[in-house]
Write a protein that binds this ligand. Structure first.
Ligand SMILES: Cc1cc2nc3c(=O)[nH]c(=O)nc-3n(C[C@H](O)[C@H](O)[C@H](O)COP(=O)(O)OP(=O)(O)OC[C@H]3O[C@@H](n4cnc5c(N)ncnc54)[C@H](O)[C@@H]3O)c2cc1C
Length: 245
């Protein structure tokens, strides 16, 4: 008989998160679909160094995890792994996919048609061009300019999708019809990373100079890690929790 009982280490916070769909941006989503290991997994792996196994207490585990992170003894953090389903616009995906230590599988617009899902920034999030740091957006555009910008973006999205449908109706292959889709089109991935590299991703993508749209995704995933792996999060965020800023 198959039961749901497991001998694997589980994390109560992560169990609660499994299958919960979090909204991000206007049409994006993040969901924890699977994971391996808990806080204790890291402590246990580290104790292998001195031929130990179980810790004495949760406090001992927390102390050990803090020490490991401070000393950059990072390999025990690789024993924990998380798998997310993420729906994100292609321009965010292009930044996301630069994190080469992840494994991922993406929607194929060769096999299936692109759904009509396109990103349009909120009115309050149409940003001006940064003056000193040439890579960033800075401050809000005034009301009138923001409204015009949103109308322009929305118009291009609609026009592109209409053209895409017309190409499909003409008999053009999906793999070619997609060339008219803008980077605002949403795609979806299953994305797996070990905890060590996920924390590295957070250090880059929760930073103030990361683009707001990818930071929004990082914030949702970081909250999941904080809930499911509180000791690891404490070690990463010690004294300067990026989720409090
Ligand atoms: C604010 C910001 C601006 C950016 N701007 C640009 C830009 O203008 N253009 C652009 O192309 N990219 C840009 N990037 C992407 C950036 O260059 C990195 O590719 C991305 O942040 C992934 O970082 P990573 O390589 O450390 O992570 P991962 O790919 O997850 O790698 C993790 C770690 O593994 C090691 N590693 C992985 N692959 C190699 C390798 N081939 N050789 C040696 N060590 C490796 C490194 O130690 C690395 O830190 C930007 C990123 C940020 C955060």
């Amino acid at each position: 008989m198959v039961t749901n009982e497991t001998k694997r280490p589980i994390s109560p916070g992560a169990e609660e998160e499994l299958g919960q769909v979090h909204s991000v941006l206007d049409k994006g989503e993040v969901e924890l679909v699977d994971y391996v290991g808990s806080d204790r997994t890291v402590a246990r792996a580290a104790r292998t160094s001195y031929q130990g196994s179980e810790g004495k207490s949760e406090e001992a585990d927390q102390r050990l995890i803090l020490r490991l992170w401070k000393d950059r003894h990072t390999s025990p953090f690789e024993m924990v792994g998380l798998t997310f389903r993420i729906r994100l616009p292609i321009f965010v995906m292009r930044q996301h996919v630069r994190h080469r230590t992840a494994s991922l599988n993406e929607w194929s617009f060769r096999y299936t048609e692109c759904p009509e899902l396109f990103f349009v920034p909120d009115h309050d999030n149409v940003r001006g061009q940064g003056k000193t740091n040439k890579q960033v957006g800075e401050g809000k555009l005034d009301e009138d300019a923001a409204t015009k910008a949103r109308t322009l973006i929305d118009g291009v999205n609609h026009h592109a999708y209409k053209t895409y449908r017309l190409l499909l109706e003409l008999g053009v292959a999906r793999e070619q019809a997609r060339v008219v889709l803008p980077v605002s089109a949403y795609t979806q991935i299953v994305w797996s990373m070990d905890m060590r590299n996920l924390l590295h991703y957070f250090s880059l993508r929760l930073a103030p100079d990361a683009q707001k749209e990818i930071r929004d995704y990082a914030i949702v995933m970081a909250r999941i890690v904080k809930k499911g792996w509180p000791m690891i999060w404490n070690a990463f965020a010690e004294g300067n929790d990026p989720l409090d800023q």
